[in-house]
Design a protein around this ligand. Structure first.
Ligand code: COA
Length: 332
């Protein structure tokens, strides 16, 4: 059995926060944000709209597009750094409940922005081992409550949203997810961290006063390691599978910063037309970013059945990964 990416879906909240809005909130400018990141605007979830709500909406689109009955789904995984609840229940359990999927294994993974690629590796292993046949993957993020809107180095970067995919067992090798790389190095943990709120620094007046509930990042250092690691990882996965950049139909990078994407793209000689870019309109939506980007390109009619996609991602941990994936959903 091979694992095939059978469908894609996404959901974005209605509220748009532009760079001009941010100019009124913090010492920054539209020009600075656009030049340094490529971001123009991002979506912000409503107060009563939670990660699991957005995840369930994206999942519904993917399930409908796959034309699969709910009863057939035998595993639900959610990748998120902004779960509804810190410890339990998992966001995957809440998404399953919202969709009406009961009595199947459901769990969250914590690998920050690399979540979607990590989930692909897990789903591929479950399907190739014969243990599962129809897996729902959801990358969902409500990052806005984890941002300090007085910290201009982080609050301009992130947005909310969700993306989802159905991964199915197939006997057709031409539909298969070809390969997935997923890796991590905890030595870099402090460079991108939400230190407070869990067991090491439990939520209390002191941790709140220090702002430990918010995302903190050493942007410049993250940037350098991201470019270096992503480039070498993509070179490795292409070489290992005897695939050259011109055989890739769509390069779908994690949408964190246009300059990171451009640095990797240029080193690998991917033409811009081959590259899927959504960072300008959504900012960094962490684990949701790649499925949201695939979804947008699919809805634009760019991604079709049988197309070969190269995904790459990098995030807190540090975690990183890349994947060679055939799109095995119906062309629009
Ligand atoms: N508006 C205006 N000025 C800002 C600013 C903002 N939003 N944020 C930082 N600055 C200032 C800094 O204070 C600094 O000023 P100084 O020179 O007077 O000290 C100057 O801009 C340059 O800061 P620096 O951090 O070197 O900028 P940069 O070019 O590295 O860009 C990031 C900052 C965060 C955009 C960039 O480092 C980045 O994208 N890093 C990777 C982040 C990322 O992708 N993280 C997620 C990984 S999944």
């Amino acid at each position: 059995m091979y694992a095939a990416l059978r469908s894609i879906g996404s959901y974005v909240p209605k509220k748009i926060l532009t760079n001009f809005d941010l100019e009124k909130m913090v010492d920054t400018s539209n020009e600075w944000i656009e030049q340094r990141t490529g971001i123009k605007e991002r979506r912000i979830a409503a107060a009563d709209e939670h990660t699991s709500d957005m995840g369930a909406k994206a999942a519904k689109v993917a399930i409908d597009r796959a034309g699969i009955e709910l009863e057939k789904i035998d595993l639900v995984i959610c990748a998120t750094l902004s779960p509804d609840h810190l410890c339990m229940p998992s966001t995957a359990c809440l998404i399953s409940q919202k969709l009406g999927i009961a009595n199947v294994m459901a769990f969250d993974i914590s690998s920050a922005c690399s979540g979607f690629v990590y989930m692909l590796q897990i789903a591929k292993a479950f399907i190739e081992s014969g243990m599962k046949k129809h897996i729902l993957l959801v990358g969902a993020e409500k990052i806005s409550p984890l941002l300090d809107y007085n910290d201009r180095t982080t609050c301009i970067l992130f947005g909310d949203g969700a993306g989802a995919a159905i991964i199915e067992a197939t006997e057709d090798k031409n539909e298969a997810i070809i390969d997935v790389h997923a890796s991590a190095d905890g030595n870099y943990g402090d460079l991108l961290i939400t230190a407070g709120g869990a067991s090491r620094f439990p939520c209390c007046d002191a941790t709140i006063k220090q702002g430990l509930q918010y995302i903190k990042m050493s942007g410049n250092e993250v940037f350098k390691v991201a470019v270096k690691t992503l480039t070498s990882d993509v070179v490795d996965i292409l070489a290992k599978n005897n695939i050259t950049p011109d055989q890739i139909d769509h390069f779908v990078p994690h949408q964190a910063n246009l300059r990171i994407i451009e640095a990797v793209r240029k080193k690998l000689n991917f033409p811009i037309e081959q590259t899927v870019l959504t960072v300008a309109k959504y900012g960094n939506t962490s684990a949701a970013s790649i499925p949201m980007a695939i979804n947008d390109a699919y809805e634009e009619g760019r991604i079709k059945y049988g197309d070969l996609m190269l995904l790459d991602t990098f995030g807190g941990g540090f975690t990183w990964g890349s994947a060679l994936v055939r799109f095995a959903g119906k062309s629009l």
